[in-house]
Design a protein around this ligand. Sequence first.
Ligand SMILES: *Cc1c(COP(=O)(O)O)cnc(C)c1O
Length: 235
Amino acid sequence: MTVPAEAGPVEPDAALGERLVGIRHAIADAAAAAGRSADDLSLIVVTKFHPASLLRRLHALGVTQFGENRHQEAQSKAAELADLGATWHFVGQLQSNKAKAVRAYADVIHSIDRTSVVDALAVAEAPVDVFIQLNLTDDPNRGGIDDAGLEPLVERALAADGLRLLGVMAVAPLDEEPRRAFARVRAASERVQALAPDADRISAGMSHDFAEAILEGATHLRIGSAITGNRPAPG
Ligand SMILES: *Cc1c(COP(=O)(O)O)cnc(C)c1O
């Protein structure tokens, strides 16, 4: 698959840089409000649907961690931008038949939500960092493990070679106050830590709810449009 060419004139780097600085400040403010250090927060800029040229511009502005949600697009960007030495986060839904291919370029996979994916990633290679994705809705078609499945999936991940469990990941439902949703994520994180004390990271918080996520303990923020501007249509 080819990554779509930049649509329309390239906006000046100043605008992109200003949004990035603005978000970095807002993250620092939210961390201060939560009594936390901004140094404990990782900013992942989610660049899905944007051309590789935008990632290059972000990298020139100091961004080193990129998030992508579609396998082929992520794979081609990681190959095209290999010279950047960036950290690649896969945040999209993951099928077990694609898991090995994603593992080949992704440094961190945020969307482990079933045992078949754990099993597909459990290969005798350097471990890949993973998050278990929680489904905070009642809709089983949404990505993520349901509440009852959490501990069994953690046990499976801990028993597997080839992956290192960092913690839990979630997307706040549209119909719930984000702070409340992220409080549920924090509770799930505590359940995971009861089994895996080192798996204390939380991937949560997007353009419109990262401040609430930081208040509830998020460590990995996945922020897209507030930095990149509107996404082009998927290619
Ligand atoms: C697109 C996406 C994001 C970023 O969303 P924004 O609202 O643009 O910040 C974060 N996480 C996941 C899983 C996504 O798919």
